[in-house]
Structure formats: C-alpha cells, structure tokens
Design a binder for this molecule. Structure first.
Ligand code: SAM
Length: 259
C-alpha cells in the first residue's frame, strides 16, 4: 500500500515513520510512505505555501496552488484513490475507517497548518475531510502519522502475527482483555492464577468474560450495541473457579498496583 503525505514539515513525517513496526513495514516494502514537501511545488523565490486570510483576521492560510501542483504530480504517477484533508471539522477517524482505508491501494493525506487550508482544496481537490478527534492541533502531521500507523498495522504481514489486530479493542464489539507478563507477583498484585495453569479452554473463557465485563463497565456506549452470543450471556453469569474478575476488583485495585 502506498501513502503520499503532503506537508510543509517533511522531516516530522519521515521521522515519525522510521521506528518500530511501521519502520520495519517500510523497510520490508509492505508499505510505501512518500513524503511530499509542499515547498517543492511553489514557484516563487521564497517558496511560499501560505498567505494572509482574505477578509482579514489573524494568522495565515495554506495556499491552494502548491497543494494542487503536488496532487497533479502525484496523479501523473497512477490512480490516486482517496485523498484526505486533515481537518478538525472532518469525519471522525476510527477503526472502521482505518479498516476501509486499509483496503485501498493508495491513500493521500494533506497536512494543514496555521489557521487551516484555503477552502477550495476541500471543494475541488479532496475526497474526504478527516479529523482524529474533537481537539485542535497545530498541524495535520500528527493526524497523518496516526492514520498511517492505524491503517498499516491492519495490512497482512505488518504485525508479527496477523490475528493480533483481529483481537484488538474496536476490531469487534468488545474491548480487548487485560494483558499480563512476568513477574507473577508485583507488590501485592498477582497475575490471575487462571492465566498460569495451562488450561487454555478455561483461560479463553476468562479472557472473553473480562472483555464482556470491561466493555460493560468502561464503554457503556459500545456495550449497548454489542452483539452477544448465547455463550457470552452464559459466561457473564458463570463462576470460573480460581478466576478473579478484574472488573470486580475495580479501579482502586489498579491504583494500588501503581503506588
Ligand atoms: C490549527 S488547525 C486549524 C483549525 C481551524 N482554524 C479550525 O478551527 O477548524 C491547523 C491544521 O491542523 C490540522 N488539525 C488540527 N486538529 C486536527 C484534528 N483534530 N484532526 C485532524 N487534523 C487536525 C488540520 O490540518 C488543520 O488545518
């Protein structure tokens, strides 16, 4: 899959994709991230990508022509696919959107800055307006990196084991189950015995039950929409021997672990 990221801060994006799983995916050719410096698509001596807002007001606005020229250059290299403008007013980026974008061959992301981008970019040059949440950042580079990360980890071969993403929070209707690793005892908090006794059938049941309990407690909005099987309803009322429920321990127990 190919990403084209249009930005006036190319180093910020290049540096952000260099590390860990995403860096390895780039090195292995599983994804290609083409970082386009919008200043390379200006025609004046000062390589200007912004100007004062028409009608007055403070700050600067990103100009339409460098973005249009950069997109024309990219379009000459093959079919563009989706072209996303990062914008706090856009559709909320979430797991289903990441999954839909992961099915594309090519995704282009335009990073705004300053007071935003000349509205003619939205009107004529992009397919989608995308926000990563109801807060305002100084620019679209972090949203672009967030999207590249969330989309790329869904692609075959990017994670160590392909089922990993399928079990994640938001991939189904439920939150993920809690994870533990050694040591067995940390201060007065022990790993639940059920994860250590080698009985995978009971352990899977315990994990599923924690998913149900945690979703009900932490995300009532997801819980209200969750499609539950009969087996889930049975699990909710089941007694699993030797298996403490973390939900019942509640937040104070977590606070105790973090003392
Ligand atoms: C300071 S913001 C502009 C905010 C704009 N004046 C407004 O109030 O809607 C500059 C740029 O950062 C990016 N940006 C800021 N917050 C974002 C968010 N939550 N999601 C996606 N992009 C964001 C966009 O590219 C935006 O054009």
């Amino acid at each position: 899959m190919r990403f084209d990221i249009l930005t006036i801060l190319p180093e910020m994006v290049s540096e952000g994709i260099r590390h860990s799983i995403i860096g390895r995916a780039v090195d292995q050719g599983l994804i290609r991230v083409n970082v386009v410096n919008l200043r390379d698509h200006t025609e004046d001596r000062h390589r200007t990508t912004d100007d004062t807002p028409c009608g007055g007001g403070g700050g600067m606005v990103m100009k339409v022509e460098p973005i249009a020229r950069a997109l024309d250059g990219l379009a000459s290299q093959g079919p563009m696919g989706r072209v996303l403008l990062t914008d706090p007013q856009g559709s909320r980026f979430d797991q289903p959107m990441a999954e839909a974008l992961a099915r594309e061959d090519r995704v282009t992301v335009i990073c705004g800055r300053y007071e935003g981008v000349d509205d003619r970019v939205r009107q004529h040059l992009v397919t989608d307006l995308v926000s990563i949440g109801d807060f305002v950042l100084t620019g679209g580079e972090l949203p672009a990196l967030v999207m590249v990360d969330a989309i790329s980890r869904l692609l075959p071969g990017v994670l160590g084991w392909d089922e990993a993403a399928a079990n994640d929070t938001f991939s189904g209707d439920l939150l993920d189950y809690p994870q533990f690793t050694r040591p067995r005892q940390f201060r007065d908090c022990a790993i639940p015995d059920i994860l250590l006794n080698g009985d995978h059938v009971t352990m899977d049941k315990w994990r599923r039950r924690q998913q149900l309990l945690l979703t009900r407690r932490r995300r009532p909005d997801l819980w209200a929409k969750a499609r539950l099987a009969d087996a889930d309803l049975k699990l909710l009322s089941a007694e699993l021997p030797g298996a403490g429920d973390l939900e019942l321990a509640g937040q104070p127990a977590l606070d105790k672990c973090m003392d």
